[in-house]
Design a protein around this ligand. Sequence first.
Ligand code: ATP
Ligand code: MG
Length: 402
Amino acid sequence: MFRLPDTVTLALDTLEAAGYEAYAVGGCVRDLCRGVVPHDYDITTSATPDEIEAAFCGFRLIETGIKHGTVTVLIDGEPLEITTYRTDGEYLDRRHPSNVTFSRDIDDDLSRRDFTVNAMAYSPRRGLRDPFDGRGDLCRRVIRCVGDPDTRFSEDGLRIMRAVRFASCLGFDIDMATSESIHKNRRLLADISAERILSELRRLVVGENACRILTEYGDLIGEIMPEAADDGYTGRVRGIRDTEADEVLRLAVVLGGEDAVCALVRLKPDGKLLDGVGRALSLAKDGIGLDPISLRRALRHAGYDDVIRAVRLRAYYGAIAGGDADGAISLLCAMRECGECVTPRQLAISGRDLIALGVPEGEAVGEMLERLLGLVVEEKLENESGALLDAARSIKAASVGD
Ligand code: ATP
Ligand code: MG
């Protein structure tokens, strides 16, 4: 039915030849059923970790996850995770099962998985194993918990974020009982680590269904980032549909303003993400102008991506019309393309030319370049070496006269 990569087939065949069952499982089967190429493959088997190791003697093995029944096998240099069928024991702390029991029954393993579309297994010789009608839910485009949603979310609150992330990224709805349970159990997110919540949120905001999910599940956003869930929240996220899937811009929209950035900080973002969101929000707050001179002024202190995001944000705040924002963004793209002069390096003269003119080496050179750049940005001077040198001479003469 599906073609699997050779490495996966080899792993399945090796386990089957040793007398065990083995399937590709989880996200890769979901993607194969949707006609999407999986980005990786997980394998599940009736063999225990010891039996997996024995079956793969001669291969390089990494035993990192062995406690949880996972052995990683390197086949042709590619790591492949092989996990023993298992049932999760009780979840004492709502995150980690207190113990893991290995099983010889594939359906036990599929029952512990989060959503029906993620609870399918496939092997060329055994066919598709789909006890919860994951394929039906893929056709209906629905995310549905395996089993009782309240139970499944209280076992592991991260599943709440995973549900909305999958719905957003796949463009699916969430089944009614699952959806009600998400709203009801949203407090469980308080126990989930910031890093894991942020990693799901980053994927959610760039999903094709982000606008709808963020609107319908604003209460979840309120749970993880209370500062963002203000009166303007619904209005802001409504516009997300029409923007490029840029996580920095979309997180900035969700946050709404600099005051809410602390909500993002609590989720422990990396420096690049935090700086990007912070810069876009602060530029937008300062009220970026859309004419070429204002745009160049902004570009002296921020990158093109930052300025583009700030223009988009201003359109969200209703301070400018969407069409005007589009015009400004086309202009910015054209400026970037043709290497518009917005930094001292892009001036048609260099510090060396200024030294030759008698500007003393050191700080004075940088200052002079910045002054010339200011004139160019304000369209008071051509970025052309003769004109720049003339201007430098007169600035120098004037300052000597001071
Ligand atoms: P993607 O890798 O595209 O995000 P995926 O479905 O492969 O999607 P993973 O996080 O890689 O997601 O998890 C692999 C599989 O493990 C899932 O398909 C699901 O069956 C199971 N799984 C992952 N996390 C959980 C969880 N918190 N609770 C229950 N099952 C889970
Ligand atoms: Mg995966």
